[in-house]
Design a protein around this ligand. Structure first.
Ligand code: CP3
Length: 340
């Protein structure tokens, strides 16, 4: 599988490419299935339909890997929290975790209730071509607990950060609990058939450097080591968004480092390129213009041609990107990296 080979830095006939959030609202075919399902969470819980939207970008866009259609927040949902996706606002939990008492509400066996995810994986693997990889994923414990504590998206992270500086033990207790679920959840995804796993730390940049390593990276590393020991043949991709200034202290037992669009690829290559394959990192808004896309693909190719690389965006694709431009990006990557 070319994608898995690339993750392990083995030679490949061209550089593989996929896009974060590739199964999503920019595709009319996705909107049609979501409409049938009723809403986003119902779609996540319907294995037949979730498998269908997972496979759409393979057929329509031509990417080298499918990413399981689900959401990072199904973990807190199945730990017993009340999750709703509200129009114009995104995810909201009506019952955030803020005290030791609140911790007692959480169920430690969420991975046992995420059966709809494992069913989705089995259906996808039946239908996915043998040369395409399926990526499973989880949120990083830190990103998950910011939602669990804040209850919704936040610009300041003041509620969770107040706890970090005033009640760090409470935050660590929650992180430990979520980390255990995350390990078992990824393990179950692997047993169901995913070929690769990615850990999304979308809110990494909320923390100053020492706190980042203490409250996030160490837990991500713990998850990675656990998976690596049991499943050395499964590549692990770490994607902490926005920590370009912390790269000199990045280490751990994983294979691919996902570079966000705010971190210059040349810098990531200098700091990490001899230890990890790098994934990324076109600024997603370049997809509004074919010229801007071409310029970036060529320059990333120049920078990365003697190093392990997987093409991707530096964060998720946006809902109003023309499908044609997404196709152009993928075919251009294949063309340029094949011919040279
Ligand atoms: O194609 C894929 O990448 C796979 C599916 C996927 C989704 N969410 C589908 C989704 C993945 C990997 C995620 C991860 C996720 N979810 C993250 C980490 C990645 C990142 O983008 O940083 C985060 C922070 C979440 C939480 C979340 N889920 C938010 C903040 C939102 C609302 C955002 C928005 O654009 O409205 C979601 C909803 C969500 N998850 C959608 C999709 C396709 C949009 C739902 C819809 O309206 O159809």
């Amino acid at each position: 599988m070319i994608f898995v080979d690339a993750c392990f830095n083995k030679p490949t006939p061209y550089t593989p490419v996929w896009m974060m959030r590739q199964a999503g609202r920019y595709l009319p075919e996705y909107m049609a299935v979501r409409e049938e399902a009723g809403d986003f969470l119902s779609l996540c819980k319907d294995p037949e339909k979730a498998a269908e939207v997972t496979l759409q970008p393979i057929d329509i866009i031509g990417v080298d890997a499918a990413i399981l259609f689900s959401d990072i927040l199904v973990i807190p949902l199945e730990m017993g929290m009340d999750l709703k996706f509200e129009k114009g606002e995104g995810p909201v939990f009506s019952d955030p975790i803020r005290t030791k008492e609140d911790l007692k509400r959480l169920k430690p066996d969420a991975h046992e209730r995420l059966t709809y995810v494992y069913d989705t994986i089995r259906i996808i693997k039946e239908r996915l071509a043998d040369d395409k990889a399926l990526i499973g994923f989880t949120g990083a414990p830190w990103t998950l607990i910011t939602y669990m504590i804040e209850g919704r998206g936040t610009k300041t992270y003041n509620i969770v950060k107040k706890l970090i500086y005033t009640e760090p033990e409470l935050v660590h207790a929650l992180l430990r609990e979520v980390t255990e679920v995350v390990k078992l959840y990824l393990e179950k995804q692997i047993e169901a058939g995913v070929d690769v796993v990615q850990i999304f730390d979308s809110w990494a940049a909320a923390l100053e450097k020492p706190k980042y390593f203490e409250f996030s990276w160490n837990y991500m590393k713990e998850v990675a080591s656990y998976i690596k020991k049991k499943y050395p043949h499964i590549p692990i991709i770490m994607f902490p968004k926005g920590i370009g200034a912390y790269l000199d202290e990045i280490d751990g037992d994983f294979d691919v480092f996902g570079v966000d669009w705010g971190t210059p690829m040349a810098l990531a290559k200098e700091k990490l390129g001899d230890r990890y394959v790098l994934q990324g990192n076109m600024e997603p808004c370049r997809l509004y213009s074919k010229e801007a896309t071409k310029e970036c693909v060529e320059s990333l190719y120049e920078t990365m041609q003697n190093r392990g690389h997987i093409f991707n965006l530096g964060h998720g694709i946006l809902p109003d990107v023309p499908v044609e431009n997404a196709k152009y990006f993928v075919s251009l990557v294949h063309e340029i990296t094949k011919e040279k």
